[in-house]
Structure formats: structure tokens, C-alpha cells
Design a protein around this ligand. Structure first.
Ligand code: MEV
Length: 316
């Protein structure tokens, strides 16, 4: 068995995070330049029917069965072996490296699951098709996030911009023009499981008020979707800014994200919002070509060098 290399991209939620868990639509974009790589190597000289997981960025060097049940690699390996009806654990090493930061709202758990499922299934001689990879990665996400909508695993496994709704599935979106985004890390790592549970708690406590915010987010997503398809940058910016106000109203922002958003807007971004689980993680700003250098420089300073750009549309 030769060594196998596979990878999966990160993602950013453009519009609709959290509301998507409660049935509204949302839009996500892939971050193709930020990836998690998984290399599977056979233990040729010392076969032991064990899978050793080595992930230096995560401080992991142990057998996969010793990983916590909520770890994406544990679930991805376990579920891939079940999918392929493999009862004898193969003797191999699974090496994880990454250019995507972990636990910062960019879909690292979905990317880790997708890259692991792809690499291991190919190593075992049965590379799984994207829809199967997506289904298994969703199951992994249920162990990690508790109640995931399914948008993260869907955009990561398909690596294309898409509109997602729990009851309807997804549709790929073709941007009407090139849109530039800058992402900047607040430096705060927060659990998506906890922020999703917090929204569910608020919904149980104040159903009318919170449901109204989620419904409004759904409406903003529909407006943003049309703007995205039509290449209407001002329409998309308006949707992103309204989305941020609604997310703030359900307590999903935090002072560090608010500061990055202020920095982006003051430097000339058309819109800026949190992306993903919120209360930390990354901020996403929409920026016209002419303003890119200034906004990027300002966000680099404000995030201690943890900003990067991505483009969706023509050039992506
Ligand atoms: C996380 O990237 C997006 C959330 O909406 C959770 C989910 O959709 O599963 C916060």
C-alpha cells in the first residue's frame, strides 16, 4: 500500500450562521488556500493493527482509539472503517498538518473529518465519493458540535460556494462578480457547541423575540443571495451588515470581534461581520479592490498579523 495524501479546505459562513441550525437558509464559501492535510503511511516493517495519529499542531501522538469520542479524527476513522466494512484495523500512521487555524470559526473540525475520511478510504483501496464523504463528515460533526446544521461539512467536502437549508439540502452558487474578503482572527477560541446551545437556550426562554431575529436573518440571507448571484456588491454588503446586527442582538459577538469590525469599516470595508459560531473566532469583511491594501494592513495590525484575503467569483 503506497502512502496517500489528501486535504480539505476551510470555510467561512458568508450569511446565516446559527439561523441555519433552526431551518433558515445560509451561504458558505470555501477557503481553498487554508487546508488540513492528512497523510496515511503503511507501517510496513512493524505491522500491529493499530492506527497511530500524529498531529503536532494539536499536540497529538497516540493511537486513534485513545482519542476522545468527540475528536473528529476518532469519529472519521471509526466511521470510515464501518462504512467500508473493515473489521481488522489497518497498520498505519495518520499524519495531520494544517494551514488552517483550529477552533476559530473556519470549519477545522469538518476539514479534519473530510481529509481523514478521504485519505483513509483511499489508503484502504476504496476512495469514497463526495456525497458519502459529506454524509460521514456530518455524522462526525454531530459528535463534535451536538446539533450541526450540516453546512460546514457540505461546503468543505464540495469546496464550492453554496446556499444551504436543512430541509432542502444545498445548491451551488455562482458569484455574479469577483468579491474580495478579508478574514481576521480575534484570537479568542470559542466552542461552536456552546454558542449553538446558547441560541437554543435563548429560543426556549424568549421564543417570540429570538425566533423573530432568526426569521429576519433568514430574510437577510435571501437578499444577500440575490446580491451575490447578481454581482451586486452594495446589496451583499447591506445584507452582511444587517446580519451582524441581528447576530449581536442574540449575543453572538464579543468585544474583540466588535473591535475588528470597527477597524475594518473605518479603514473602508463595505461590510464586516462575525463568521461561524461567533463569540470569538474570525471576522469576515467585504472589501472593494481599491480599499484592499489599506483594510488588510489595518486588520493585520489589529489582529497581530492574523489576517488573510480570499476572493470568490471570477478569479477563484
Ligand atoms: C458554524 O460554522 C455554523 C453554525 O451555524 C453551526 C451550524 O450551522 O452547524 C454556528
Amino acid at each position: 500500500m503506497p502512502a496517500i495524501n489528501q486535504s480539505a479546505c476551510g470555510k467561512a459562513i458568508l450569511l446565516g450562521e446559527h439561523a441555519v441550525v433552526h431551518g433558515e437558509g445560509a451561504i458558505a464559501i470555501p477557503l481553498s488556500s487554508r487546508r488540513i492535510k492528512v497523510r496515511v503511511e503503511p507501517k510496513i516493517l512493524t505491522p500491529d493493527s493499530k492506527i497511530q495519529v500524529i498531529a503536532p499542531d494539536l499536540g497529538i501522538n497516540q493511537e486513534y482509539t485513545d482519542l476522545p469520542e468527540q475528536h473528529p479524527v476518532f469519529q472519521a476513522v471509526r466511521l470510515t472503517l464501518i462504512e467500508l466494512n473493515i473489521t481488522q484495523t489497518p497498520s498505519c500512521t495518520l499524519l495531520v498538518t494544517s494551514t488552517l487555524s483550529f477552533g476559530s470559526g473556519l470549519g477545522s473540525s469538518a476539514a479534519l473529518a473530510v481529509a481523514t475520511i478521504r485519505a483513509l478510504s483511499e489508503f484502504l483501496g476504496h476512495p469514497l465519493p463526495t456525497n458519502t464523504v459529506n454524509r460521514i463528515a456530518y455524522e462526525c460533526e454531530t459528535y463534535i458540535h451536538g446539533n450541526p446544521s450540516g453546512i460546514d461539512n457540505t461546503v468543505v467536502s464540495n469546496e464550492k460556494p453554496l446556499y444551504f437549508q436543512k430541509s432542502q439540502g444545498f445548491e451551488f452558487l455562482s458569484a455574479g462578480r469577483a468579491f474580495n474578503f478579508i478574514l481576521a482572527d480575534s484570537g479568542i477560541s470559542k466552542s461552536t457547541r456552546e454558542s449553538v446551545a446558547s441560541v437554543a437556550g435563548q429560543l426556549a426562554e424568549s421564543p417570540i423575540e429570538v425566533q423573530s431575529k432568526l426569521t429576519q436573518i433568514g430574510q437577510v440571507v435571501e437578499q444577500g443571495k440575490q446580491a451575490f448571484l447578481n454581482g451586486d456588491i452594495m446589496g451583499l454588503a447591506a445584507a452582511m451588515n444587517q446580519n451582524q446586527q441581528l447576530l449581536t442582538a442574540i449575543d453572538l459577538s464579543c468585544p474583540e470581534l466588535d473591535q475588528l469590525i470597527k477597524t475594518a469599516l473605518e479603514a473602508g470595508a463595505l461590510a464586516a461581520k462575525l463568521t461561524g459560531g461567533g463569540r470569538g473566532g474570525h471576522m469576515l469583511a467585504l472589501v472593494e479592490d481599491s480599499k484592499l491594501p489599506l483594510v488588510y494592513e489595518s486588520l493585520q495590525q489589529a489582529s497581530s498579523g492574523r489576517a488573510f484575503t480570499t476572493t470568490v467569483g471570477n478569479q477563484s
